[in-house]
Design a binder for this molecule. Structure first.
Ligand code: HEC
Length: 133
């Protein structure tokens, strides 16, 4: 069974195959990294809204340059450029710790996904504090 993580239909397929088996396909390093980043941003959002300190930027974010993909052809110039912009936006967020810097980082997630990986876009949009649309 081949499931492409960026596939719009993945959620439906996974639902059909049963809840506990969410990880029945083997996730690529990049997919796992992305899942962790998506989780992390829920926590970060709560902290930004509460004006809590964010601490320091998680080291594993930098694995975006090294993690292996489900489809290695995704690792192109576009991806590399946006991965750099993403890390710059995260560094800015951890420095400024503002709502604006948070939404700016999420916007970089969105920009890369609009080009690369449509499936998670609805999840990414939910992370915004103020919508970009
Ligand atoms: C530079 C481009 C880029 C950026 C920036 C980026 N992503 Fe991704 N994302 C991808 C690609 C490519 C994949 C597919 C990875 C794979 O399947 O190996 C992916 C996969 C995902 C997935 C699906 C993982 C799964 O279950 O298979 C989620 C969720 C996700 N990204 C959320 C995010 C969030 C949240 C951010 C920002 C915090 C973000 N992404 C930033 C390109 C990007």
């Amino acid at each position: 069974m081949i499931l492409v993580s960026c596939d719009q239909n993945k959620k439906d397929q996974t639902k059909q195959s049963s809840n506990e088996n969410f990880q029945m396909y083997s996730m690529s390093e990049m997919a796992r990294l992305m899942e962790n980043m998506a989780q992390e941003h829920k926590n970060v959002k709560t902290k930004v809204l509460a004006n809590d300190s964010l601490g320091s930027i998680p080291d594993y974010y930098y694995d975006i340059h090294f993690a292996t993909f489900t489809d290695e052809s995704d690792n192109d110039e576009f991806f590399k450029k946006w991965a750099d912009l993403y890390l710059a936006a995260e560094e800015n967020l951890y420095k400024k710790q503002t709502v604006e810097a948070f939404d700016n980082a999420i916007n970089v997630c969105l920009q890369c996904h609009q080009q690369k990986c449509g499936g998670p876009i609805p999840r990414i949009k939910k992370l915004f504090i103020n919508s970009y649309e």
